[in-house]
Design a protein around this ligand. Structure first.
Ligand SMILES: Cc1ncc(C[n+]2csc(CCOP(=O)(O)OP(=O)(O)O)c2C)c(N)n1
Ligand SMILES: [Mg+2]
Length: 448
């Protein structure tokens, strides 16, 4: 194909002189066939297209390990050693232990809500392992694994889920699993879907403007394929591609947005096909293959920081658990499908087979490790459950930055009046108040 010549300065000048009032302007020959704002080659074929790959082909999925934990021949394998591989495996394995316990704890009515990451362990831990610990993470809600990788403790998990006084991030004001941690550069989760996506593009821009962090860190945003249907997804992608800002977009395509299967969420080729539309480097990766995720996120992060602009990674996985404790997924998908996915493609056992084939893990280590984790998690649960909640007045603090707005003041005063009337006499309130530090006295006896 011949090269498309650029329009010369003299031609541009003659085009600029052209007036729309004149219908007899003659364009120089070299200007014919060129568009004023695009390098798009001209074609005389009437041809619609609907694929970012060659006609009809789907975007491929990058994979390193096969289902039985063997390296694929010729695969581009990321660098790792035994210590990193074990750490990744151990972190993946910790997730279902915590998830199973807290899921049941919710069923006992001890916490109001819970969400598991069942099935998505490789996507979470593989990506966490590829990031710098100071990269700013904006999650959706299923990303506790990223925090654990960075050192978040079981006590901190319990503090947030029980909203006890050790929950220093949101002081008991958030639903369970809405984690946040300044220490681990993990921005607090917010329930409205996709709000974190344009925010992440803004965080990426802030990092780029900070001389101490420019070229060192990026913003990393996790979201589900369902959240990618929100306008905020497009706003975030456009911002990161045009401003531009170093933002790594990690789409967890787990097949469902609560009960809506991904087949009903988009008609195009998943989320990855949208990247090139924004001029964003994009890859689709097998999200159940931790080595492929590690490799794709490492390289994506490198590109993101080097070029200072957005990169999109679509991790293909499967939500084995129910959407949350408020969902029964067998109402909309066959039980057998879930059982099959668990058996055929379990990201944890897939990596375990790989480790065992290298002599890096064994049945004895598995038992010992899980036993220890179970004991530690149980200990943290009992402790977290027993701790008092924050002082009641914290309910009204830090809702907005700066001065307390009138609506918060009104609510605080209303509660104070009710507490004064019933707090010391009505048994249910007396019991409830005992769960808080100071038993609400700062409101009952204080000046509001
Ligand atoms: C703006 C908004 N609309 C709807 C909801 C209710 N909602 C919560 S989670 C969810 C599904 C999200 O699916 P996806 O983004 O694929 O994430 P996944 O749960 O699969 O990890 C919906 C519809 C919400 N929280 N916010
Ligand atoms: Mg989903």
């Amino acid at each position: 194909m011949s090269r498309i010549p650029r329009i010369s300065a003299s031609v541009r000048a003659s085009l600029a002189r052209r007036t729309y009032a004149s219908s007899t302007v003659q364009l120089p020959n070299e200007a014919h066939g060129h568009l004023p704002t695009s390098q798009s080659p001209i074609t005389s074929k009437l041809h619609f297209f609907n694929s970012v790959m060659e006609e009809g082909k789907q975007i491929p999925t990058y994979r390193v390990l096969d289902g039985s934990g063997k390296l694929l021949e010729g695969a581009e394998v990321p660098e790792f050693d035994e210590a990193l591989a074990r750490r990744m495996y151990e972190n993946m394995s910790r997730l279902p232990i915590i998830d199973n316990l807290l899921y049941n704890v919710q069923r006992q009515g001890k916490i109001s809500f819970y969400m598991t990451a069942h099935g998505e362990e490789a996507t979470l831990i593989g990506s966490a392992a590829a990031l710098d610990p100071n990269d700013e993470v904006l999650g959706q809600y299923r990303e506790m694994g990223v925090l654990l990788w960075r050192g978040f403790t079981y006590d901190e998990v319990m503090a947030q889920c029980f909203g006890n006084h050790e929950d220093t991030c949101t002081k008991g004001k958030q639903m369970p699993v809405h984690f946040g941690s300044r220490k681990y550069h993990f921005h607090p989760i917010s329930s409205p879907l996709a709000t974190q996506i344009p925010q992440a593009a803004g965080v990426g821009f802030a990092l780029k403007r900070d001389p101490l962090r420019r070229g060192k860190n990026c913003a990393v945003v996790y979201f589900g394929e369902g959240a990618a249907s929100e306008g905020d997804f497009h706003a975030g992608m456009l911002l990161a591609s045009t401003v531009p800002s170093p933002t790594l977009f990690i789409a967890r395509n787990n097949g469902f947005a609560i009960s809506t299967p991904s087949s009903e969420q988009y008609h195009g080729d998943g989320i990855a096909s949208r990247g090139p539309g924004y001029g964003i480097h994009t890859i689709r990766v097998d999200g159940n293959d931790i080595l492929a995720v590690l490799s794709a996120v490492r390289e994506g992060r490198r590109l993101c920081i080097e070029e200072g602009r957005g990169v999109l990674i679509e991790a293909m996985t499967y939500r084995v658990g129910h959407h949350s404790t408020s969902d029964d997924s067998f109402a909309y998908r066959p039980r057998q499908e879930v059982e099959d996915r668990k058996r055929i493609d379990n990201p944890i056992s897939r990596f375990r087979l790989f480790l065992e084939s290298r002599g890096w893990w064994s049945e004895q280590e598995e038992e010992k490790f899980k036993d220890e984790v179970r004991k530690e998690v149980m200990k943290a649960f009992k402790r977290g459950e027993s701790l008092q909640r924050h002082a009641l007045k914290e309910m009204f603090n830090d809702v907005y930055a700066g001065e307390e707005p009138w609506n918060i003041r009104e609510q605080r005063q209303e509660l104070w009046a009710l507490l004064k009337k019933y707090g010391n006499v009505w048994e249910p309130w007396k019991n409830e108040l005992k769960k808080h530090k100071g038993e609400g006295k700062e409101l009952i006896e204080g000046d509001v």
